[in-house]
Design a protein around this ligand. Structure first.
Ligand SMILES: NC(=O)c1ccc[n+]([C@@H]2O[C@H](COP(=O)([O-])OP(=O)(O)OC[C@H]3O[C@@H](n4cnc5c(N)ncnc54)[C@H](O)[C@@H]3O)[C@@H](O)[C@H]2O)c1
Length: 379
């Protein structure tokens, strides 16, 4: 059963457009590539090989659906040659070294990939006349963390305790500098015709992530082998959100930037409602519930690396200016995520899993339309 047609999603802006996604072989990049394909876009992906085995990109055979280019964002000439060849109208920059713990072991790699890689993408954009809308994906961790109980706003100071967080803070500063120096909104339509934004989202969950040192993948690795889940920082709170929530934010923003670059070129938070901010331990209990069993232990070793205790995003700006809002609460987000993995570990065939994943997007779009329709009626 299909839910709704996606034809009118984002007012059809992406239909037949050339979209370059860096990091398309990753968890978020695979979902974004799939969604854009369903919206009729011509997707060009540029990334290293999928970072894990298994991975969503291979599971869904996305190499058959997109123009799949293996490349390094640190290799500026190769990156630029791809921009030159395909003349993208939209750019979504997701490629990154995204792991906090790895950034302690590999700080140089982390900064080169996340900071210089971002500069290289922006330089390629600058040399390519076709780009009208460019979104740089950073993180909720880009803010200077003060353990506030309230959410960070887009105007709060950028920082980052560890190399990953600070590299994402640096990527924010780079993006802001390119926006003021080369893509100033006040010159939009006169000196240039591109809009440039950065986006900050929370801890994203969904089917098909096997990233190292991430809570849901750690849970799934343990549960699928009938082992207890070992958790660090059980009391740390995180803004958990379903994969399609920030992706909706990115797609909505990209479409609006394409229509009115001067108005929407900016920095944007896409965080969940307060009810979805749960501790690590609470989330693990939900995972066990939807997996229908399992156990966990708490890692109390003293050799733990620093991790922020409290982290919230204030998404008021995206709500007010873009009309974006979260659709699923944390319970639905975890349930849908776990159902995807259950299918995978029950050996669902690749074609069926592909169809199931597309249906997850269609179901979400259907719910989104319903929420927006009710809001239009003043509910
Ligand atoms: N997953 C989350 O919860 C989360 C939260 C906040 C921000 N983010 C950000 O979202 C983006 C995507 O994250 P993800 O969860 O999909 O990560 P992922 O590890 O699944 O994917 C990372 C992607 O980047 C590519 N990549 C890594 N180094 C590269 C390089 N040097 N050159 C080209 N490609 C390279 C990988 O091949 C892969 O395609 C990242 O920028 C990450 O920092 C993710």
């Amino acid at each position: 059963m299909r839910f709704v047609s996606m034809n009118n999603c984002f007012q059809g802006v992406y239909n037949r457009k050339r979209i370059l996604i860096t990091g398309h072989t990753g968890f978020k990049g695979s979902w974004l590539s799939l969604w854009l394909k369903e919206l009729g876009a011509d997707v060009i992906g540029y990334a290293l090989e999928p970072p894990t085995k298994p991975n969503l990109f291979d599971t869904l055979c996305l190499n058959e659906k997109v123009t799949h280019i293996i490349g390094d964002v640190r290799a500026e000439k190769h990156l630029y040659s791809v921009f030159e060849k395909y003349s993208p109208e939209f750019v979504f920059h997701l490629a990154a070294q995204p792991l906090v713990r790895l950034s302690y072991k590999e700080p140089t790699l982390t900064y080169e990939t996340n900071v210089i890689g971002t500069v290289n993408v922006l330089e390629a954009v600058r040399k390519t006349d076709s780009v009208r809308s460019c979104i740089i994906v950073t993180s909720d961790k880009c803010y200077e963390n003060r353990e506030w109980i309230y959410g960070y706003r887009e105007t709060d100071p950028i920082g980052g305790f560890d190399p990953y967080s600070s590299s994402k803070g640096c990527a924010e500063l780079v993006t802001a500098a390119y926006r003021s120096a080369f893509y100033n909104p006040k010159d939009y339509g006169k000196i240039h015709k591109a809009a440039l934004s950065s986006v900050r989202a929370g801890n994203v969950i969904g089917g098909g992530d096997w990233g190292e040192d991430r809570l849901i993948p750690d849970c799934i690795r343990a549960l699928s082998q009938n082992k207890a889940i070992n958790i660090r920082s059980p009391q740390a709170t995180r803004p958990w959100q379903y994969i399609l929530e920030p992706l909706t934010g990115y797609l909505l923003l990209g479409a609006l930037m394409y229509e009115d670059g001067a108005k929407y070129s900016s920095a944007w938070n896409f965080g969940p409602n307060d009810e979805s901010i749960k501790t690590v331990e609470e989330l693990v209990k939900l995972v066990i519930k939807y997996w229908d069993g399992g156990a966990y232990t708490i890692d109390s070793s003293s050799s733990q690396l620093h991790e922020a205790g409290l982290l919230k995003l204030d998404a008021s700006k995206a709500r007010a200016m873009l009309g974006w809002k979260p659709i699923y609460d944390v319970y639905e987000a975890v349930e849908k995520t776990i159902n995807w993995y259950k299918n995978f570990y029950n050996d669902m065939r690749k074609e069926e899993l592909y169809e199931f994943t597309v249906m997850a997007i269609e179901e979400y779009v259907s719910r989104m339309s319903e929420v927006y329709r009710r809001r239009g009626e003043g509910d």
